[in-house]
Structure formats: structure tokens, C-alpha cells
Design a protein around this ligand. Structure first.
Ligand code: SF4
Length: 56
């Protein structure tokens, strides 16, 4: 699938914990159970209906 997170404008890999993972920056960081806020972690091959292609 080409409309995957790895090709999305909102996919961020700077703080990725694995080569096939990243963070979704579509929404602001959300509070977690440890009282910190984090961007949602996504797999490079995940996708959602908010996909937006990266600028070339
Ligand atoms: S979850 Fe949706 S908006 Fe976020 S990076 Fe993946 S396709 Fe883009």
C-alpha cells in the first residue's frame, strides 16, 4: 500500500524506537498514564484516513 504512514506528511522518525516505526504528528501529543504527553506511535506500514502525501 502506498498510502502508508511511511509516505505521509505527518510521519516523524526522528525519535523512532525501531526502524519500521515512527510518530504520527497529525494531532498534538496526548496525555499518557504516566502523566506525560506523547505523539502516537505508529508502524511505517500503518495507515489512516487522514493520510496526506509528503511533498516531493
Ligand atoms: S496515522 Fe494517519 S495521519 Fe498519522 S502518519 Fe499514519 S497515515 Fe499519516
Amino acid at each position: 500500500m502506498t498510502d502508508a504512514c511511511k509516505a505521509c506528511a505527518f510521519f516523524e522518525t526522528t525519535e523512532a524506537k525501531a526502524a519500521d516505526a515512527g510518530l504520527c504528528h497529525f494531532n498534538p501529543p496526548a496525555p499518557t498514564s504516566d502523566k506525560e504527553s506523547r505523539w502516537p506511535a505508529v508502524s511505517a506500514d500503518d495507515w489512516c484516513a487522514r493520510f496526506e502525501a509528503q511533498a516531493k
